[in-house]
Ligand binder design. Structure first.
Ligand SMILES: [Cu+2]
Length: 480
């Protein structure tokens, strides 16, 4: 087999064991001849292909997933140990796999704006990167969807990665990875903001002039799950009194922020976005913006049969939950509304930033232009939608303060690729010690983060709500 044959094979619709065998042979053959094609077998193959998801016996939907499932497999990788992933795209759409929260080069980051290559339809691509830092990360499609709600993060292309550092995480009896999801999205003008209950803060960024034009269509859903099962349809989490659980929660929604609680129990937050918090605290409920993660400890000290799920009744009853069942208990699963309290990141941090205030300041204002693109809203950063050519240029090694002013009536989960930031202020309240990659900027509120420019290459900054990102709500950071 010559090199041209291998390249042709790589671009063809190949599926199943036969394809792997052919390419493995090719790889072995080519290892001595060229480094332009895959040589050795990859550590891992991620196959993008249609899947069916059985949310419940009577509710089976079709989407695109990873390795035959949605969510895709939980990947456990060692921090600092390079990994090679072959991404095989068996769909008709160019795809990108983004490694959210990882500090990796732009070429491997799976983001078109950063110049990462697409995985062509019915083709494959190999990426090599060094996973890190340790903690809960995740991976998902970063393809644009625009008005096609089958694409990108609306599909089942998401999964979690746990990056291990070899340290003992504590004496837990059980560990569970729980992705919060919505399915079968549709356009709607009826958006309820019940889950965006970050409203209670001071609205420091309420714009002087309000645009009262009617809003464009946003994306909504009435079908939900945790992982691939609707509430009540999957196996309960079986526990015994006295056990300690470690739950890793990821809001893998493309459309909504969520509040989550476990009836009868408090959740002790030990890390946010995979990074240990300075002051673990117990809360009655957890607020997770799209893209955010939290790891929580739960002590099983209240025997019964309980629901872990969305605090919104309709969302929970339409599937976003899982039953937690103590041994020997057989009653109907119980839900108890948690106390309503505004979400406050600061309780998990220290009162002050770990480093002095950077002198470099990037000041951003976010605004919505109602129905500026057909039926849809357009989102702007400093008065204009993407692209921003040369506004955000970083000097390597410098530290920056990024001020995010939200002049809109939605809470936005903002994410910066390939960097971690320290949350230093939320709507006037100072805080420190919280290292994150995504933060929810409350409506008419403000979030301030500090970060070090230590990842040369292009880095995308965007709202993690897919429609907002697709319709302008993003910016590219570049290095001088
Ligand atoms: Cu947004």
């Amino acid at each position: 087999m010559n090199r041209r044959d291998v390249l042709k094979l790589g671009g063809m619709a190949l599926g199943g064991a036969g394809a792997s065998r052919v390419l493995a042979q090719a790889g072995m053959h080519m290892a001595s001849a060229s480094d332009a094609v895959p040589q050795a077998k990859a550590d891992f193959e991620l196959r993008i292909a249609p899947v069916q998801v059985e949310l419940a016996p009577s509710r089976i939907l079709s989407t695109i997933g990873y390795n035959g499932t949605a969510p895709g497999p939980l990947l456990r990788r060692r921090a600092g140990k390079p990994v090679t992933v072959d991404i095989v795209n068996e769909t008709d759409t160019p795809e990108l796999v983004h490694w959210h929260g990882m500090l990796i080069p732009a070429e491997a980051d799976g983001t078109e704006e950063e110049g990462s290559p697409y995985v062509p339809p019915h083709g494959r691509a190999r990426v090599t990167f060094t996973p890190g830092p340790a903690g809960l990360r995740w991976y998902h499609s970063h393809a644009m969807a625009m008005d096609d709600l089958r694409k990108g993060a609306y599909s089942g292309q998401f999964g979690m990665v746990y990056v291990e550092d070899g340290k003992d995480r504590g004496a837990y009896d059980q560990e569970h990875f729980l992705a919060l999801r919505d399915w079968e999205p549709f356009f709607s003008s009826q958006m309820d903001d019940d889950d965006d209950d970050t409203h209670d803060g001071p609205m420091l960024e309420k714009p002087p002039e309000m645009n009262n034009d009617p809003d464009g269509l946003e994306v909504s859903s009435t079908t939900y799950s945790i992982n691939d099962k609707a509430l009540g349809a999957g196996e309960p989490i079986h526990v015994k009194e006295g056990q300690r659980l470690l739950l890793h929660l990821c809001n893998a929604s493309a459309i909504e922020n969520r509040r989550i609680a476990l009836a009868g129990h408090s959740l002790r937050v030990v890390s946010l976005d995979g990074n240990a918090v300075p002051r673990p605290q117990s809360v009655d409920s957890l607020f997770l913006g799209a893209g955010e993660r939290a790891s929580v400890e739960v002590t099983m000290n209240h025997p019964g049969v309980w629901i872990l799920g969305s605090t919104e009744k309709t969302v929970r009853e339409q599937g976003l939950g899982v039953v937690v069942e103590y041994a020997g208990q057989h009653k109907t699963p119980q839900w108890v509304n948690p106390k309503k309290a505004p979400w406050d990141y600061s309780v998990f941090g220290t009162g002050t930033p770990t480093q002095p205030a950077p002198k470099n300041v990037i000041d951003m204002t976010f605004q919505k232009l109602p129905r500026a693109q057909g039926k849809f809203n357009v989102w702007t950063v400093n008065g204009k939608p993407y692209p921003h050519e040369n506004e955000f240029v970083l000097q390597r090694g410098e530290r920056y303060r990024l001020i995010m002013r939200n002049w809109s009536d939605d809470a936005h989960p903002m994410h910066l690729h390939r960097h971690l930031w320290e949350l230093v202020e939320m709507s006037g309240k100072p805080m420190g010690g919280l290292i994150k990659d995504t933060v929810v900027v409350p409506y008419y509120g403000r979030a301030v983060v500090d970060f070090t420019a230590d990842q040369p290459g292009l880095s995308l900054f965007h709202c993690h709500i897919q429609q907002h990102m697709d319709y302008g709500f993003k910016a590219l950071f570049r290095y001088a």
